[in-house]
Structure formats: structure tokens, C-alpha cells
Design a protein around this ligand. Structure first.
Ligand code: ATP
Ligand code: MG
Length: 312
């Protein structure tokens, strides 16, 4: 098995205070391996050490102890940067540059000729959903979400084999989030490995194959997301919304289904069942009482529960 990221015993102490320096351990003996070609979710609460880890991997700060390899090379070998993309947590660019100028600048750093830079700029700014009318606007006039998009476009300019995204969805509106989700899923299809930190559990559920959960600088769980959910003993349930019938009228018959529960709602009821096969039973009962179906949704509260259990 070849790993695209190998982290060994990574530890980082920050020195804080002006006169009396005190050490704060932000990362504590992290060991982690990531296989290539997947979307890897790096999770953990505020201050868990996610950004610290990513900054060490990018050689922006240095570890107190431990080591790491990306693409089989030690992270101190900065030649690997030509094969890596990185979008920081709060992308900060020179304010007076226009989006297109920034892309052109990064393109030059990677040694692309003028025509290639132009083509890549248009391609990537389109891909991240930045309106063409904003391409020649100065970045100081950009909103947080627009900057986030430029940050993402910039991280892909060198066709990286692996991209590190620190909270790529923060600051995006719902449509933006959906677009960026699709973009990230598209990267995996092209064989690009994505290492992303995020708090947004629905994005993790939609995108990530494997995850690691950090808790106060220490690894508290890692592995395949579905396996972790199964191990934590949670199971999927289904929520069925119906109208034209009251919860009161359905209560007795629904209670015959093991594990099912029912709540009343305006003009209808909300029924939860544990098994997919129970859905048909519920629908039959509802129809017999003159009700109709509004929606059926699988409910996975389990990821939230797993997250809470592993970060306390
Ligand atoms: N430059 C710094 N100097 C001192 N302490 C720092 C510095 N950067 C981070 N820390 C501390 O290190 C710990 C980890 O911070 P880090 O930014 O890595 O967390 P995070 O997991 O990215 O959190 P968030 O989800 O809020 O972005 C925190 O306790 C934080 O206060
Ligand atoms: Mg962070």
C-alpha cells in the first residue's frame, strides 16, 4: 500500500506570552496515513490542531517534534510544492490585485507561458463559479465567499496531485457550497487526492471516504467513515412526513412497528422508522387513513453523534 501522506509523531508547541514565555501544545504526537486518490476529511472542533497540521505539512511553520512525508518525500523538500495545491483557511492575497492578475501571478510562479496562464485563469475561475464580471475586480472589493473561490482556483493552477483545503466551504452560500462540493468530487474523479478540514458534517458525509478526528491535538479516531459509524453502533433511520391525517389517528398502528415513533405536525405527522422495509408498512397505514406522502428522508444523526463522542 502506498500512502500519499505519512505523518509520524507530529508535535507542535507554540510559545505564547511576551515576557514569560509559556508553551502551548497544539499538536501532540499525531500519526496519520492517507491513501492516494481519495477525499480525506480532517475533522475536529475549534482549536483541535487542524490548521496547525496543514501549515506544518506546507512547511509554513515547523514541527517541535516528528516528521511527515508527502508523495513519498520529506516535507522539508520544497520541490514537492510544485505537485501540491493549498488553499488556506482565510486566504489573504494582495488586495489591489485583480482576480485574473492573481491567477496570472501564480501561473508565472509555476512557469506557464502567457497563453497557458490565460487559458488556465479562465478555466479555473469559471470552475469555482466566479462571475466573469468579477474577474477584473480588485480583491479588496471581494466578499469572503468570493475570496474563498479565488483561493480554490489558485490552489488548482498547477494541476496538483494532492490538494490541501483548510475549511474550503466556510463563507460560501448554499449554492456556492453545492458548486464547490461538485468541484471537489470532480477532483477525485480525476485521481487528485483531497485532504480537507471542515466542520460541516453534511459535506463530510457527501464527500469523504476516510476521515481522521482530532481532539485537542491528539488523534481520537481514523478510518473509513462508514466503518467508524458502524463501530460507534449508530444506525440509519428514516423520517416519513405525511399530510391529511393526524398523528393521533395513526398512533396505534404505528406503535405496532418495532422501533417506530410518531410526532404530530401542522396538517400531518412525522414518523420515524429504523428499517427501510418499514417504510412500506407506514405508507399503507397512512393511505388507509386517507393521508398522503410528503417526503421520505434517510436520517444520519450518527455522524454528529460520532463527532461529539470523539471530541469530548
Ligand atoms: N500562532 C499561534 N500562536 C499560539 N497559539 C496558536 C497559534 N496558532 C494556533 N494556536 C493554538 O493552537 C491550537 C490549535 O489551533 P489550530 O488553528 O491548529 O486549530 P484548528 O483545529 O484549525 O481550529 P479551527 O477549527 O478553529 O480552525 C489552539 O489552541 C490555538 O489557540
Ligand atoms: Mg483551523
Amino acid at each position: 500500500m502506498s500512502y500519499i501522506i505519512e505523518i509520524e509523531n507530529l508535535t507542535k508547541d507554540y510559545e505564547v506570552g511576551f515576557w514569560k514565555k509559556k508553551k502551548v501544545r497544539a499538536l501532540d504526537g499525531l500519526n496519520l496515513r492517507v491513501e492516494s486518490g481519495q477525499i480525506f476529511g480532517f475533522l475536529g472542533g475549534n482549536g483541535a490542531g487542524k490548521t496547525t497540521t496543514i501549515k506544518i505539512l506546507m512547511s509554513l511553520i515547523f514541527p517541535t517534534a516528528g516528521s511527515a512525508k508527502i508523495l513519498g518525500k520529506d516535507i522539508s523538500d520544497t520541490k514537492i510544492h510544485s505537485r501540491i495545491g493549498y488553499c488556506p483557511e482565510n486566504p489573504y492575497f494582495y488586495d489591489y490585485l485583480k482576480a485574473s492578475e492573481l491567477m496570472n501571478y501564480f501561473g508565472e510562479l509555476f512557469g506557464f507561458d502567457s497563453a497557458t496562464r490565460k487559458r488556465k485563469t479562465a478555466e479555473l475561475l469559471t470552475k469555482v463559479g466566479l462571475d466573469e464580471k468579477d474577474w477584473n475586480k480588485q480583491l479588496r472589493k471581494f466578499s469572503k465567499g468570493m475570496l474563498q473561490r479565488v483561493g480554490l482556483a489558485q490552489s488548482l493552477i498547477n494541476d496538483p496531485e494532492i490538494v490541501f483545503l483548510d475549511e474550503p466551504m466556510s463563507g460560501l452560500d448554499p449554492i456556492g457550497r453545492r458548486e464547490i462540493r461538485e468541484l471537489i468530487a470532480g477532483l477525485r474523479e480525476k485521481g487528485v487526492t483531497v485532504f480537507m478540514s471542515t466542520h460541516i458534517l453534511s459535506d463530510i458525509e457527501a464527500l469523504c471516504d476516510n476521515v481522521a478526528i482530532l481532539n485537542k491535538g491528539k488523534l481520537s479516531a481514523t478510518g473509513n467513515l462508514n466503518d467508524l459509524l458502524q463501530q460507534s453502533g449508530e444506525r440509519q433511520s428514516f423520517e416519513i412526513n405525511v399530510k391529511g391525517v393526524t398523528a393521533e389517528a395513526l398512533k396505534n398502528e404505528i406503535s405496532q412497528i418495532p422501533g417506530a415513533s410518531i410526532n404530530s405536525k401542522a396538517n400531518g405527522a412525522n414518523i420515524q422508522v429504523l428499517e427501510e422495509t418499514d417504510i412500506d408498512k407506514v405508507l399503507q397505514i397512512v393511505r388507509e387513513k386517507g393521508g398522503t406522502l410528503v417526503s421520505i428522508q434517510p436520517v444520519k444523526q450518527s455522524l454528529e453523534e460520532l463527532f461529539v463522542a470523539k471530541t469530548n
